[in-house]
Design a protein around this ligand. Structure first.
Ligand code: HEC
Length: 153
Protein backbone atom coordinates (compact mmCIF):
# COMPACT_ATOMS: atom_id res chain seq x y z
CA UNK A 1 0.00 0.00 0.00
CA UNK A 2 2.66 2.52 1.05
CA UNK A 3 4.74 1.54 -1.95
CA UNK A 4 1.82 2.35 -4.24
CA UNK A 5 1.35 5.78 -2.70
CA UNK A 6 5.06 6.39 -3.09
CA UNK A 7 4.97 5.31 -6.75
CA UNK A 8 2.04 7.59 -7.33
CA UNK A 9 3.94 10.51 -5.86
CA UNK A 10 6.98 9.77 -7.99
CA UNK A 11 4.83 9.71 -11.10
CA UNK A 12 3.03 12.91 -10.15
CA UNK A 13 6.35 14.64 -9.57
CA UNK A 14 7.72 13.41 -12.90
CA UNK A 15 4.59 14.66 -14.67
CA UNK A 16 4.85 18.02 -12.96
CA UNK A 17 8.50 18.42 -13.95
CA UNK A 18 7.73 17.42 -17.55
CA UNK A 19 4.87 19.91 -17.69
CA UNK A 20 6.89 22.81 -16.32
CA UNK A 21 9.76 22.10 -18.74
CA UNK A 22 7.27 22.26 -21.63
CA UNK A 23 5.70 25.43 -20.25
CA UNK A 24 9.13 27.09 -20.00
CA UNK A 25 9.95 26.08 -23.57
CA UNK A 26 6.66 27.59 -24.77
CA UNK A 27 7.32 30.79 -22.85
CA UNK A 28 10.81 31.07 -24.30
CA UNK A 29 9.39 30.61 -27.81
CA UNK A 30 6.61 33.15 -27.23
CA UNK A 31 9.13 35.69 -25.94
CA UNK A 32 11.40 35.19 -28.97
CA UNK A 33 8.47 35.56 -31.40
CA UNK A 34 7.31 38.72 -29.64
CA UNK A 35 10.80 40.30 -29.53
CA UNK A 36 11.46 39.53 -33.20
CA UNK A 37 8.57 41.71 -34.42
CA UNK A 38 10.39 45.03 -34.06
CA UNK A 39 13.86 46.42 -33.28
CA UNK A 40 14.92 45.35 -29.78
CA UNK A 41 14.29 47.86 -26.99
CA UNK A 42 16.80 50.66 -26.32
CA UNK A 43 18.72 50.24 -29.55
CA UNK A 44 19.79 52.70 -32.24
CA UNK A 45 19.13 51.81 -35.89
CA UNK A 46 21.45 48.91 -36.83
CA UNK A 47 24.91 49.88 -38.09
CA UNK A 48 25.93 47.60 -40.92
CA UNK A 49 29.70 48.09 -40.56
CA UNK A 50 29.52 47.11 -36.90
CA UNK A 51 27.22 44.24 -37.88
CA UNK A 52 29.82 42.99 -40.33
CA UNK A 53 32.37 43.05 -37.49
CA UNK A 54 30.12 41.00 -35.25
CA UNK A 55 29.55 38.59 -38.15
CA UNK A 56 33.27 38.01 -38.69
CA UNK A 57 34.80 38.12 -35.23
CA UNK A 58 35.24 34.91 -33.33
CA UNK A 59 34.62 36.43 -29.94
CA UNK A 60 31.39 38.05 -31.10
CA UNK A 61 29.03 36.36 -33.56
CA UNK A 62 31.51 34.07 -35.29
CA UNK A 63 28.80 33.61 -37.92
CA UNK A 64 31.36 33.20 -40.71
CA UNK A 65 32.58 29.98 -39.09
CA UNK A 66 29.27 28.39 -40.14
CA UNK A 67 27.94 30.67 -42.90
CA UNK A 68 30.10 31.63 -45.87
CA UNK A 69 29.46 34.95 -47.65
CA UNK A 70 31.04 35.73 -51.07
CA UNK A 71 31.17 39.44 -50.25
CA UNK A 72 33.67 38.62 -47.45
CA UNK A 73 35.98 36.54 -49.65
CA UNK A 74 39.03 38.46 -48.37
CA UNK A 75 38.38 37.16 -44.88
CA UNK A 76 39.64 33.56 -44.35
CA UNK A 77 37.84 30.53 -42.85
CA UNK A 78 34.33 30.45 -44.23
CA UNK A 79 32.42 27.51 -42.79
CA UNK A 80 29.78 25.34 -44.44
CA UNK A 81 27.82 23.99 -41.47
CA UNK A 82 25.03 26.49 -42.12
CA UNK A 83 23.70 27.71 -45.48
CA UNK A 84 25.57 30.54 -47.30
CA UNK A 85 23.86 33.85 -46.58
CA UNK A 86 24.63 35.71 -49.82
CA UNK A 87 20.97 36.41 -50.61
CA UNK A 88 19.46 36.15 -47.14
CA UNK A 89 18.30 39.79 -47.17
CA UNK A 90 16.22 39.04 -50.26
CA UNK A 91 14.72 35.82 -48.92
CA UNK A 92 13.92 36.67 -45.30
CA UNK A 93 12.29 39.67 -43.67
CA UNK A 94 13.97 41.68 -40.95
CA UNK A 95 11.76 39.99 -38.32
CA UNK A 96 12.56 36.51 -39.63
CA UNK A 97 16.28 37.23 -39.46
CA UNK A 98 15.95 38.74 -35.98
CA UNK A 99 14.05 35.67 -34.79
CA UNK A 100 16.71 33.33 -36.18
CA UNK A 101 19.35 35.29 -34.23
CA UNK A 102 17.41 35.57 -30.98
CA UNK A 103 16.78 31.82 -30.82
CA UNK A 104 17.36 29.46 -33.76
CA UNK A 105 15.53 26.70 -31.88
CA UNK A 106 12.19 28.38 -32.51
CA UNK A 107 12.47 27.44 -36.21
CA UNK A 108 14.36 24.21 -35.68
CA UNK A 109 14.38 22.60 -32.22
CA UNK A 110 17.48 20.62 -33.21
CA UNK A 111 19.40 23.63 -34.49
CA UNK A 112 23.07 23.77 -33.65
CA UNK A 113 23.13 27.51 -34.24
CA UNK A 114 23.68 29.32 -30.91
CA UNK A 115 20.73 31.31 -29.48
CA UNK A 116 22.35 34.75 -29.52
CA UNK A 117 19.73 36.60 -27.51
CA UNK A 118 18.25 34.11 -25.09
CA UNK A 119 19.09 34.15 -21.42
CA UNK A 120 16.49 31.93 -19.86
CA UNK A 121 15.71 28.30 -20.55
CA UNK A 122 19.40 27.43 -20.63
CA UNK A 123 20.65 24.66 -18.39
CA UNK A 124 23.70 24.73 -16.21
CA UNK A 125 24.92 28.20 -17.05
CA UNK A 126 28.08 29.44 -15.35
CA UNK A 127 27.32 32.06 -12.72
CA UNK A 128 29.10 34.82 -14.61
CA UNK A 129 26.92 34.15 -17.69
CA UNK A 130 23.62 33.98 -15.83
CA UNK A 131 21.08 36.40 -17.31
CA UNK A 132 23.53 37.42 -20.04
CA UNK A 133 23.08 36.93 -23.76
CA UNK A 134 25.81 36.07 -26.28
CA UNK A 135 25.22 39.30 -28.21
CA UNK A 136 23.82 42.58 -26.92
CA UNK A 137 20.53 43.95 -28.27
CA UNK A 138 22.49 46.55 -30.25
CA UNK A 139 24.78 43.88 -31.75
CA UNK A 140 21.70 41.91 -32.85
CA UNK A 141 20.33 45.01 -34.60
CA UNK A 142 23.71 45.68 -36.24
CA UNK A 143 23.90 42.11 -37.61
CA UNK A 144 20.29 42.32 -38.85
CA UNK A 145 21.19 45.55 -40.67
CA UNK A 146 24.21 43.85 -42.28
CA UNK A 147 22.28 40.75 -43.35
CA UNK A 148 19.52 42.90 -44.87
CA UNK A 149 22.13 44.29 -47.31
CA UNK A 150 22.93 40.76 -48.62
CA UNK A 151 20.57 40.39 -51.57
CA UNK A 152 22.65 38.18 -53.89
CA UNK A 153 23.60 39.42 -57.32
C1 HEC B 1 27.52 26.48 -35.26
C2 HEC B 1 27.11 26.93 -36.55
C3 HEC B 1 26.36 28.24 -36.69
C4 HEC B 1 26.72 29.49 -36.24
C5 HEC B 1 27.93 29.88 -35.39
C6 HEC B 1 25.72 30.40 -36.75
N1 HEC B 1 24.79 29.72 -37.48
FE1 HEC B 1 23.22 30.54 -38.49
N2 HEC B 1 22.58 28.67 -39.02
C7 HEC B 1 23.24 27.49 -38.75
C8 HEC B 1 22.48 26.38 -39.32
C9 HEC B 1 22.86 24.91 -39.24
C10 HEC B 1 21.34 26.94 -39.95
C11 HEC B 1 20.22 26.20 -40.70
C12 HEC B 1 18.93 26.24 -39.93
C13 HEC B 1 19.05 25.64 -38.55
O1 HEC B 1 19.44 24.46 -38.42
O2 HEC B 1 18.80 26.37 -37.59
C14 HEC B 1 21.43 28.38 -39.73
C15 HEC B 1 20.51 29.30 -40.22
C16 HEC B 1 20.69 30.67 -40.22
C17 HEC B 1 19.82 31.63 -40.88
C18 HEC B 1 18.60 31.28 -41.73
C19 HEC B 1 19.14 31.01 -43.13
C20 HEC B 1 18.11 30.71 -44.16
O3 HEC B 1 18.51 30.61 -45.32
O4 HEC B 1 16.94 30.53 -43.84
C21 HEC B 1 20.34 32.86 -40.66
C22 HEC B 1 19.78 34.19 -41.14
C23 HEC B 1 21.52 32.69 -39.84
N3 HEC B 1 21.70 31.35 -39.59
C24 HEC B 1 22.33 33.72 -39.41
C25 HEC B 1 23.41 33.57 -38.55
C26 HEC B 1 24.16 34.67 -38.00
C27 HEC B 1 23.95 36.13 -38.33
C28 HEC B 1 25.08 34.13 -37.14
C29 HEC B 1 26.04 34.85 -36.24
C30 HEC B 1 25.49 35.85 -35.34
C31 HEC B 1 24.94 32.68 -37.22
N4 HEC B 1 23.92 32.38 -38.07
C32 HEC B 1 25.74 31.77 -36.54
C33 HEC B 1 24.44 27.36 -38.09
C34 HEC B 1 25.13 28.39 -37.46
Amino acid sequence: MEVRIFNCMVMATALFVAMSVTANANETTARALRLAQQPLADTKPGNLEKGKDVYIHRKKGNCLACHGVKELENVPFHGEVGPPLDDVGGRLSESQIRLQLIDAKVNNPDSIMPAYYRSEGLNRVLKKWKGKTILSAQEIEDVVAYLMTLKGE
